[in-house]
Every structure is written in C-alpha cells, then in structure tokens.
Design a protein around this ligand. Structure first.
Ligand SMILES: NC(=O)c1ccc[n+]([C@@H]2O[C@H](COP(=O)([O-])OP(=O)(O)OC[C@H]3O[C@@H](n4cnc5c(N)ncnc54)[C@H](O)[C@@H]3O)[C@@H](O)[C@H]2O)c1
Length: 366
C-alpha cells in the first residue's frame, strides 16, 4: 500500500549556485530518506524571466516567476526557500514568516544582528532552518558524537581555517559578493560564518574575541580576509582564519580540536575522512588515524551508499533537509535554526567591532 505523505509546495527565491544545490536536495531527499512529506518544486523565482524559465525547466520546477513579493504570500505555497543575496534575506524571510510559511534561509542569516533578531522573532511562529549545511557532513557529525562521548576530553585548542582563493581574481563573476550593500561583508559572512557555526556546535559558546580584518584589493568594499582569536566559555582557546586569498586552496573548510585525551581534525576537501588521535592508544602505535566515514555505523551513511562508497557536497544539503522534515513531522526543534544563526551573527558583529577598535570584545549574550 502506498504510504500517506503530505505534499509541501516549495517556492525558491534565487536560482544560482544555492538554487541548484537546494533544487537537487528537494528532488533527492525523498529518495534517500523515508519522509512523511513530499516536496513539490512549485515556483522558482528570479529577476530575469527568460533565465528563470530556463533554470526552472532544467530542474523541473512547475513555474517561473519574477516577483518574490507576490510568490511568498500565495496560498498554494507552504515552504519559502531563500537562495538570494544576503541583503534580501530579511525582507523575504519576514514576509514569508508573517504569511505563515515554513522558511528556509541561506547563510549568513542577515546583514547585521538587528536584522537577524527581527528575522528570528518573525520566524518563531513557523518552522525554520538556516542552511549551515556542513553540520551534516557525516565526518563532522561523527566528530560531534566523539566529542560528546568524551574522546577528546577537556578541550584546550579549537582551530578553524576556511580558505578560498577566488577573491584574488579581478575577473571573478561573483559581483554581488564584493558589494557591501548586497553582501554585508566579504570572507566574514561568507566563510567565517560557517566556521563559527561549526565551532558553536562542536565546542560551545565563545565569550570574547579579538580580530583583524583585511582587504587586499584596492577600492574593494568588503573584507578579503579575517583572523580572530577567541576564548570559549568551556575554557579552551581558539583561532579562526577565513580568506578568499589563500592561493592554492579552493574550499578548504578545516578545523581541529585538541583536548586532554585526544584530537580530531577535518578538511572539507577530503570530506569523507576524519582524523582521530587517541592518547589512550599504546605509545608505540600512537598517531592520528584516518577514519573513512562512510559507515557502517556512521551518521547519515546508511541513507546513502554501501560503506566505502564516498559521498559529496550535495549530500550535506539532502541530509540537512531530511533532518529538518523529520523534526517538522515530529514537532521537534531543528538546529541550526534562525536563533542559532543569530548567535553566529553576534559573533560576526563582535569580530567587526574588535577589528575597528583594536581591542578584545565581549560577545553579546555570552
Ligand atoms: N550554504 C553554503 O554553503 C552556501 C554556499 C554558497 C552561497 N551561500 C549563500 O546562498 C545565498 C546565494 O548565494 P549563491 O552562491 O547561490 O549566489 P548566486 O549569485 O549564484 O545566486 C543568487 C541568485 O539570487 C538571484 N536574485 C538576486 N536578486 C534577486 C531578486 N531581487 N529577486 C529574486 N532573485 C534575486 C539571482 O538572480 C541569482 O539567481 C547567499 O546568501 C550566500 O551567502 C551559501
């Protein structure tokens, strides 16, 4: 007998890089996960009709529209997914939440803390998600499990780098990412936001920080690189570096954590692996060992391929969406939600304040 599923009509605003990643997740999620909801790709929305129509047709969306305001309040829309540049997140999310829609939003949530908080307030009455997709990389989810099991012990150091190199290319087509009014910031909101979200998940709140922000390119409106030193509430100390000028690195989202009992190390450019060092191993065999996190028994992996058959970037969006839909069906809290992203936004703001003042800055609400 066919299972009973409730159909959810999705409207997506913006259809670029994330538009493709999310479209794929909407299509695939029900194939890999047994879910009580069926997602219908109803409306894809952008500015230029011919271009949206071409994308909508390529990815199987039923309609293409050019006016997001009229789309997000439509009665036949259940879910609004925001894949537009950062300056549009708040207005779209608040309009969608006020219309009672389920709201999914790309990161960074907002342009600043005030805007982020207004979005979170508006979204408190509706299910909401922020696409900090790296939380669902199986190796990162395993890192969290190991930390919670006490394998790292009392943490001493948290070290994160998010290294890209495309900012050094003056011909880069990613124009909005360099305009302050549309992006808000550069490497900070784009890359550091991911590293901070992971740090909050893996190592808890940050209480204070000091930072340096740098723009290499003359007349560029946003930061090319940012470095921060942090103190975590659990007593450990951290360093963060995010840059679009790390020549030789494409998308090296990396972290390591060192504690009294061991350490863990991850690099997105080798996303199926986690390096684990256990200080309890016999001295003569001590060394970081490479765990191939493709199962059996690893988070999410049973939903994808047999052990040893690696997964990719797109699976992180699929797994995020699956967890969200399961939480929604069970009326359970999902993370990361808008409130979690407000915490990231507070850290980003503290990074900016610290760089401007050249001092240590306490993090709001910590
Ligand atoms: N989670 C991640 O890892 C990740 C990765 C990349 C980007 N992002 C975030 O996703 C968002 C989009 O980034 P992207 O890389 O997809 O950008 P992109 O430039 O590839 O796409 C942006 C899209 O927004 C559309 N758009 C712009 N103004 C619009 C308007 N007024 N109405 C409707 N559509 C409009 C553009 O036409 C385009 O389709 C950003 O917030 C970015 O920070 C997240």
């Amino acid at each position: 007998m066919a299972k009973q599923v409730r159909k959810l009509n999705v409207a997506m605003i913006g259809y670029g890089f994330m538009g493709r990643a999310h479209s794929n997740a909407f299509i695939q999620v029900g194939h890999f996960f047994d879910l009580p909801h069926d997602l219908k790709l109803k409306v894809m929305c952008g500015r230029k009709r011919s271009a949206v129509e071409a994308m909508a047709s390529q990815w199987g969306w039923e309609e293409a529209q050019t006016d997001w305001q009229s789309v997000v309040t439509r009665k036949d829309i259940d879910v609004v997914d925001i894949c537009a540049p950062n300056h549009l997140h708040a207005q779209i999310a608040i309009a969608a939440a006020e219309a009672g829609k389920i709201v999914l939003c790309e990161k960074p949530l907002a342009m600043n803390v005030v805007e982020a908080q207004a979005m979170a307030n508006a979204a408190h009455s509706v299910p909401n998600l922020v696409w900090f997709n790296y939380r669902r990389v199986p190796a990162i989810a395993l890192a969290k499990e190991l930390i919670e099991q006490g394998k790292v012990g009392k943490p001493y150091h948290y070290r994160a780098t998010y290294l890209q190199s495309w900012g050094a290319n003056p011909q880069s087509p990613d124009a909005w990412r360099f305009r302050k009014v549309e992006a808000g910031s550069g490497a900070m909101g784009d890359l550091l936001s991911h590293s901070l979200d992971l740090a909050l998940m893996l190592n808890g709140p940050i209480s204070e920080l000091t930072s340096l922000i740098h723009t290499f390119t003359p007349n560029r409106e946003v930061d090319d690189a940012v470095i921060a030193l942090t103190r975590f509430a659990n007593g450990s100390i951290g360093t963060f570096e995010a840059t679009r000028f790390a020549i030789g690195c494409q998308n090296r989202n990396y972290f390591e954590i060192h504690g009294e009992k061991g350490s863990i190390r991850f690099n997105l450019e080798d996303l199926n692996r986690l390096e684990v060092f256990d200080r309890n191993d016999a001295t003569e065999i001590q060394g970081g060992h490479q765990v191939l996190v493709t199962g059996p028994g690893h988070p999410y992996t049973s939903h994808f391929w047999p052990p040893g058959h690696i997964i990719g970037y797109e699976h992180t969006f699929i797994a995020t969406l699956a967890d969200f839909l399961n939480c929604f069906a069970k009326n359970e809290a999902f993370h990361p939600n808008f409130d979690d992203a407000v915490d990231v936004q507070k850290l980003l703001e503290a990074v900016e304040t610290s760089a401007q003042k050249g001092t240590w800055t306490k993090v709001l609400g910590s």
